[in-house]
Design a protein around this ligand. Structure first.
Ligand SMILES: Cc1cc2nc3c(=O)[nH]c(=O)nc-3n(C[C@H](O)[C@H](O)[C@H](O)COP(=O)(O)OP(=O)(O)OC[C@H]3O[C@@H](n4cnc5c(N)ncnc54)[C@H](O)[C@@H]3O)c2cc1C
Length: 485
């Protein structure tokens, strides 16, 4: 999940929407305290059982790695020709630059993924310290504003009024039973209902909607109010300065590579699973090229949209089947464009913007990378994300180039290599992260969390605090624990 760090808010909210993008400072190395220590492999002892893992994103890879360390014989099966799923560092740019087409930032509260980075000796970049005097941009109704011009004290006060109301609703919630303490009532409403009830309009409404659409990927009218307040509750102790604090230096796919390197049995790629047969004691898994794998246990670590394409026999119980059928992933597209020079810097800008154009937002993702060129990312979420998922990557890139030139004049003629992906249109993802509509938290919360016979559910969508790389890693660790006992 991309959460925008509020410029006007002390606590939660996850990327500086107006202040524009994560500033990566200095390439600070996370102390590789555990690097080089034993990975705890089973040292040739007899296998504790055979586990098939479906899906090679961070959840499946973490599960495979942890189970291998605990002495299980693991076969991971991945539909695509690459591992990582929604983590995808694009390295095809000139000057050795790279950018994230999927997940980008890590919060200081994301303990499990940070622990893995430490264990593998992966350095992190501090995303917070370094735009100097440069500023982000708000572009609305044909005009560029500085953030402080746009968000006047009166606008900020209105936004703060909204967040105070969210805090009041979040405070009594129980993270283990979200429908208790008034949660069920909140779930009957959307976030738009709360904005309406508070009569928040004008610029404050526009900024809040833009921010929430970015953070949660979903239009406010289709986002459960309880899902928002619960996420805030679960994030209660995260200091503002820790949100989107880190990126993995060299790209998040380096973590994917490290996990892959440690799998005992090489993963099967380009092997979409089409059918799963299970009973109390064992599983059989068919891939689309006619191969059948057998196991004592199964880890299913594919997102809901992809699971709808797999035939389970016997059919899954109501709770699990209901979750898979109902819970969609939000629509976000990312378009990365490399520019010959970073001329937005000469204009005193960070490259970050919040706009009312089809692109949505932008930020520079190369601010800690060497070289004259720079990559801007157009991040298109919510309603605009749904629209842009219906056009092809080339058209989307042309549109992004044009829109960016409107916000940062002169960029068009400097545009070079690019990469665009609308995750909603990706068949093995179906979107960016699971989101709950009004009524869905009450009905489907943690619907894929407990094991179903020999099937163990992993993936960001199976965790209490979902939507993050950390959710995926934590779920992989959880299922490894469930299986190993
Ligand atoms: C644009 C975008 C921005 C994001 N930003 C952030 C961020 O800044 N910070 C953050 O922490 N998180 C962010 N996220 C969320 C994060 O990427 C995900 O929560 C996390 O990577 C999910 O991992 P996963 O292993 O659960 O699922 P996935 O990564 O989706 O892995 C599932 C795997 O299953 C495979 N699969 C599907 N169907 C089958 C099948 N039938 N057979 C075999 N394999 C199959 C898929 O190909 C895929 O490799 C972002 C996501 C997106 C898309």
């Amino acid at each position: 999940m991309v959460r925008l760090q509020a410029m006007d808010r002390g606590r939660l909210s996850r990327r500086e929407l107006i202040g524009a993008g994560a500033a990566l400072a200095g390439g600070i190395a996370v102390a590789p305290a555990l690097a080089g220590c034993s990975d705890g492999d089973s040292g040739g002892a007899a296998s504790r059982g055979r586990v098939v893992v479906v899906g090679g994103g961070l959840a499946g890879l973490t599960a495979g790695y942890e189970l291998g360390r605990k002495g299980f014989d693991v076969q991971l099966v991945e539909a695509r020709d690459r591992l990582g799923g929604r983590v995808h560092t694009v390295r095809s740019f000139t000057s050795d630059q790279h950018g994230e087409a999927g997940a980008e930032a890590i919060d200081t509260k994301h303990r499990e993924i940070l622990r893995l980075c430490r264990r593998f000796g992966l350095p992190l970049e501090n995303a917070y310290s370094g735009y100097g005097n440069r500023r982000g941009t708000v572009y609305r109704r044909g005009r560029n504003f500085l953030p402080r011009e746009f968000a006047t004290p009166a606008v900020k006060a209105e936004m703060e009024r909204f967040w105070r109301a969210v805090d009041r609703l979040a405070e009594p919630l129980d993270g283990t039973d979200p429908t208790a303490n008034g949660g069920a009532r909140q779930d009957r409403h959307s976030v738009a209902d709360l904005l309406d009830r508070l009569r928040i309009g004008g610029r404050a409404r526009w900024l809040l909607e833009a921010r929430i659409e970015s953070d949660y990927g979903s239009p406010v009218a289709r986002l459960s109010l309880l899902y928002l307040t619960l996420s805030e509750r679960l994030y209660w102790n995260q200091p503002a300065g820790g949100i989107e604090r880190w990126r993995i230096k060299g790209g998040n796919s380096t973590l994917v590579d490290e996990l892959t390197r440690r799998l005992v049995t090489p993963p099967m790629l380009q092997a979409p699973v089409t059918a799963i047969r299970w009973d109390g004691a064992a599983v059989e898994v068919d891939t689309d090229d006619g191969e059948t794998l057998t196991g004592d246990k199964l880890v299913v670590a594919a997102p809901t949209a992809a699971l709808r394409q797999i035939e389970f026999s016997p059919a899954l119980p109501r709770r699990e089947a209901g979750f898979i059928a109902a819970i969609d992933l939000c629509a976000v597209a990312k378009t990365l464009i490399q520019y010959e020079r970073r001329i937005w810097r000469r204009q005193g800008r960070t490259g970050g913007s919040t706009t009312d154009l089809p692109i949505g937002q932008t930020w520079e993702t190369t601010d800690q990378q060497d070289g004259a060129p720079g990559i801007l990312i157009a991040y298109t979420a919510g309603r605009r994300g749904e629209v842009t998922a219906t056009i092809d990557d080339r058209q989307r890139t042309i549109q992004a180039r044009e829109d960016i030139d409107v916000v940062f004049p002169g960029t068009r003629r400097l545009a070079g290599d690019s990469f665009s992906v609308a995750w909603r249109a990706e068949p093995y993802s179906g979107g960016c992260w699971a989101v709950f509509r009004p009524g869905q938290v009450s009905k489907h919360w943690l619907g894929l969390h407990e094991p179903t016979g020999p099937i163990h559910w992993a993936g960001e969508h199976t965790e209490r605090l979902n939507g993050y790389m950390n959710s995926a890693v934590a779920s992989g660790m959880r299922v490894a624990g469930e299986i190993a006992g």
